[in-house]
Design a protein around this ligand. Structure first.
Ligand code: ATP
Length: 321
């Protein structure tokens, strides 16, 4: 039995290495792609996970497969495409560790996943189906994503959604907003950045965004706000946390660590937030907030995922337990 299945992009993040030499830029090769990052967090915390996606039949695809397998993520439905290259993203960092992206994704293998390639049995035998919008930018992966999420919904799975908007990968912003809204229509639990929440709701303040987002049928919605921490809401409670202090090196994947940790708490709560107490809910979000902050202290999305014991210790210190 698999607990969480995620579908989406799997790519290489070439992350800039800081250097005093302006004449040469160095990048290191890290696995990337938000849905896979979320699974990496869950798998590291002991949850059984499977990934659905496509990479090129090239050295980068091989590297990505090995990274997921090393994390004990089921890769039976990770397809290797002989005709298309693995997508590459170059991540440059400013002085604060904030990122800029350059994507090399023209006919990238991740966008070439087709409906026929989806292993529906894998979804049927799971509890949570997680996806985002980057598999919805192009066909055939758009149709593949919709088929998978519709199937998951029809089987009564919990649908988890993080849009992970990247302006450069969309032809126009209206298509991106439509994809985000359609993802939210399917979702039971969702995480958005403040920018995404503002785009979808047309509101400015985080609390107003939350109220609008709750009009979708969401058991929980969280909005992450980078160095400003997060806000969250269910139909009964609304709360927020300021950022947990961190020596920030690279924020890549912080949102994925946040969401992976929150799904971990959700699963430990019986995969249901109905009837959860306000205190228990805030504990789960606080853990996610701490784990996300800790993940900014190292480069790369997956290498920076903190050990659960460290997250737990920081949580207990705050809670005085
Ligand atoms: P990604 O696309 O990389 O997954 P995101 O935009 O979804 O990122 P952010 O809002 O940048 O996610 O960050 C997610 C969480 O990480 C925040 O809610 C916060 O808990 C933590 N975080 C991010 N930046 C910082 C920071 N500078 N200091 C402390 N915590 C941070």
């Amino acid at each position: 039995m698999i607990d969480v299945v995620a579908l989406g992009e799997l790519l290489i993040d070439f992350t800039q290495i800081r250097s005093n030499d302006d004449s040469v830029r160095r990048f290191e090769q890290n696995p990337g792609g938000a849905p896979a990052n979320v699974l990496a967090v869950l798998s590291k915390f002991g949850v059984k996970c499977a990934f659905i996606g496509k990479v090129g039949n090239d050295v980068f695809g091989e590297f990505l497969r090995k990274q997921l397998l090393d994390l004990s993520i089921d890769c039976r439905n990770l397809v290797s495409d002989p005709n298309h290259n693995t997508t590459l993203a170059f991540v440059t960092l400013d002085d604060k560790g904030d990122r800029s992206f350059s994507f090399y994704r023209n006919h990238g293998a991740d966008t070439c996943l087709s409906e026929e390639e989806i292993n529906l049995e894998l979804i049927k035998n799971s509890k949570v189906f997680h996806f985002g919008t980057l598999s919805m930018t192009h066909e055939p992966s758009l149709s593949a994503t919709l088929k998978a999420v519709e199937y998951a919904k029809s089987c009564g799975k919990v649908i988890s959604f993080d849009p992970n908007y990247r302006a450069l990968l969309w032809d126009n912003v209206d298509n991106a907003i439509s994809a985000m809204k359609s993802g939210l229509e399917y979702a039971n639990i969702a995480k958005l950045s403040l920018e995404e929440a503002q785009m979808v709701t047309g509101k400015t303040l985080p609390e107003d965004c939350l109220r609008e987002l709750l009009k979708y049928d969401l058991g929980i919605v969280a909005i992450t706000m980078g160095p400003q921490g997060c806000v969250y809401a269910t139909d009964k409670y609304m709360g927020s946390f300021p950022e947990y202090p961190a020596n920030v090196v690279d924020t890549t994947g912080a949102g994925d660590t946040f969401w992976g940790t929150l799904i971990f708490g959700f699963l430990n709560n019986g995969a249901d937030f109905d009837g959860i107490s306000e205190e228990r809910l805030s504990e789960i979000v606080l853990m996610a907030n701490i784990a996300a902050a800790m993940s900014t202290e190292k480069k790369g999305a997956i290498p920076s995922i903190p050990d659960f014991a460290r997250v737990r210790a920081a949580f207990e210190e705050i809670n005085g337990k």
